[in-house]
Every structure is written in C-alpha cells, then in structure tokens.
Ligand binder design. Structure first.
Ligand code: ATP
Length: 357
C-alpha cells in the first residue's frame, strides 16, 4: 500500500491506521492518508469498499476501534473517544441535498448560523449565495430549484458555519452526466476560492480526477493507493488500481531486460526498470491511448469490437486468443469489424506485473 509520510508537515487532516466497522466487524482496516490545507481529497472505489464508512468516522458518527483521526493536529477520534459531530467544525453535503422544504433558500443556508442578528445573518447568507451564484433565488423554496441549484444551496449551507473541512458524500449522483461534470468543476472552484479543504466520496473516477488533488483508491476497506490522479493512471501500484482506474487491459509478455518487454505487440520499452530476471512472464498494462495508428507498422491486429463515441472511436483489437487490447482513435480513422489495421505501441509508461502475482 502506498501512504503518505505524515511526519514533519502541517497537515489539516491526518488519518492514521484508521480501523472501524459495525457490530464488531472491521469494515475499514488500517487506513492512512493525510490532507494539506486547501486540498480536495477523494475516496474512490467500488460499491461496498468502505468509502461512506470512512466518511462517517471523519464526521464523528462512527467510533474507531483502532487508529486515530486528527484535525489541525488535534485528535478528534480515538478508540473510546469520539468528539461529537457538532464540535468538529466539519460540514457535510449529502447526495439527496437534505434541504428543509418549508424554509426559503436564505433560511436553509442560515439555519446553522448562531449568534448573529437577523441583518448580519442575511448579509452573510447573501454573500455565500453570491459565491454559489444563487443570489437571485434567495427567497425561493427548494422545490422551485433544479437539482443542481439545490445542491449548490446544500454546499452554501455547509459552508455557512465556516467549517475547517467539508465532507461531500456522492453529492452529484442524482444529477445527469453533463450537470455533474459542470457542477463538480464549479464546486472545486468555490472550495479553492474560499481555501476550504474537502473530502469527496464517489465511485465516478472522472469526477474524482476532475475535482480532486489527491485520490485514495479503496478495495475491501483498505487503501490501495493514495496519490495524485496522474500517478494513479500512469503509475498504478497494483493490478487492482490499474484495472479500476482508467480503461485498458493486460496482455501477456516476457522480460528481455529490466525495462524491456517482449510481447505480441512487439518490443515495448519502458521508463522504469523492473527487478525481475530476463525471461520472467509478466502481464503488461495497455491503455487505449498507448496505441497509435501507423501505416508503416507490420503489426496488424484485427478489429473485433468497435464503439463509436462521436469525436473518437474505441476499438478492440485481437492479435491472438491471448492478446487483445483496446485503442482510442479519432473517429475519422474508420475501420470495420474484421479489418486488419496497422498499429504500434507508443507508451510513455511501462506498467507490468509478474504473471500470477
Ligand atoms: N450500518 C451498517 N451496519 C452494518 N454494516 C454496514 C452498515 N453500513 C455499511 N455496512 C457494510 O459496510 C461495508 C462498507 O459499506 P460502505 O457504505 O462504507 O461502502 P461504500 O464504499 O460507501 O459503498 P457505496 O458506494 O455502495 O455507497 C459494506 O459491506 C456494507 O454492507
């Protein structure tokens, strides 16, 4: 597992060996990560891997059975000691917005604001509604707003008490694809403008990559890799991360040098040296963008699948029963099922795992 060095850095949030679960069963085990001030982190993984469980522990709804959570260097959760959720200065935004239907937008956003007179409260709420671009809807009611607008109200409400950290639990999953993309970028910009740190839970990797600075990929309650999106895609630490993040698949190969692998796609040169002896059987990760069209190439696999996607087309090619791979070409490169196409590998990164590992 890759985890950050949490020493000698002024972290906003530190999660050290976090272990917790339900009814004596540990669902999340030995989780480690840390978030810098102003950064947006993400918990990404398949359904049931423990993302929401970690979020509940961060919010203070779930006690720990092992490890600790620190916010601004102060322990807020330890086994046997859980600071109450309302004392953590952590805001939450949920999938279903959870707005009060009988309150106007102003009153929804101002709900958690204490100790301000009416005029100051309205002034503060209007400032926040400007930040989320909803000032013109201040006196409307939730049912008069679209899903995206309601989610921005929920964000403004979570921001109102000036939290140290915001937790976003699948906040865009009730929205259509276009709106999710736009809103996730809007929310990133709002958080960055205000310098507020956040943890997003999602199973949508495009959303994770577009919105977050650091992403944890989880499997069965454990973090497999905590890294920047670029590294997760190009430098996955294990097969699970390689398969879960991005498209692509593995083809069989054999090492002929520390950074050279022989395969049915030819000799593949990498940017890193592996320690395996020559002749080791490996599986090589091929991403669709690692394959280019090249009329001069002798490698001519057959098209076995084709998915047209407007500006690009995803092809599945077969060299042999053992070697199939995908390639993404601009859609004017139009080939038919069964056609043989000259291609070559142009991979910046060589990701391989020992066969049967
Ligand atoms: N209240 C609960 N009581 C008992 N088990 C639970 C409870 N909540 C979740 N679990 C179990 O804990 C595991 C992790 O659940 P969790 O909700 O954290 O996953 P997740 O990664 O957020 O999944 P999803 O993406 O589907 O929301 C699952 O096996 C789930 O069945």
């Amino acid at each position: 597992m890759s985890s950050p060095d949490t020493t000698a850095h002024n972290w906003l949030l530190e999660v050290n060996n976090l272990t917790c679960g339900y009814g004596g069963d540990a669902v999340v085990k030995d989780v480690n990560f840390a978030l810098s001030h102003g950064d947006i982190g993400c918990l990404l993984g398949p359904s049931g891997c423990g993302k929401s469980t970690i979020l509940r522990a961060l919010a203070g709804f779930l006690p720990l059975t092992g490890g600790e959570i620190r916010l601004q260097s102060q322990p807020i959760s330890l086994p046997g000691r859980t600071l109450a959720p309302e004392k953590r200065r952590i805001g939450m935004v949920f999938q279903d917005y959870a707005l009060f239907p009988h309150l106007s937008i102003v009153d929804n956003v101002g709900f958690g604001l204490r100790g301000l007179d009416k005029a100051d409260k309205r002034h503060k709420v209007m400032e926040l509604l400007h930040v989320v671009h909803l000032q013109d809807l201040a006196d409307n009611y939730p049912h008069e707003l679209s899903g995206g607008q309601q989610q921005r109200v929920a964000l403004a409400r979570a921001l109102a008490p000036e939290p140290t950290l915001i937790l976003l639990d699948e906040p865009f999953s009730n929205l259509d694809t276009d709106l999710r993309r736009r809103l996730s970028l809007d929310v990133r910009e709002i958080l960055k403008t205000l310098g507020i740190s956040a943890i997003l839970v999602t199973h949508d990797q495009q959303e994770a990559f577009a919105m977050c600075d650091q992403v944890a990929v989880l499997q069965n309650g454990r973090i497999q890799q905590w890294d920047v999106p670029y590294n997760l895609y190009h430098e996955p630490v294990n097969r699970f991360v390689a398969s879960f993040v991005g498209q692509g698949g593995f083809i069989p190969g054999k090492t002929v040098g520390p950074d050279i692998i022989e395969s049915e796609l030819g000799i593949i040169h990498g940017n890193r040296a592996y320690k395996w002896p020559s002749g080791t059987l490996v599986d090589v990760l091929i991403r669709p963008d690692d394959i280019v069209y090249d009329e001069a190439s002798d490698l001519r696999p057959k098209v076995v699948e084709k998915t047209f996607a407007g500006t690009s087309t995803l092809y599945r090619f077969r060299c042999s029963e053992d070697t199939e791979f995908e390639a993404l070409f601009r859609s004017h490169l139009d080939f038919h099922l069964g056609e043989t196409v000259p291609v070559r590998v142009e991979a910046d990164h060589l990701i391989a795992f020992e066969r049967n590992s």
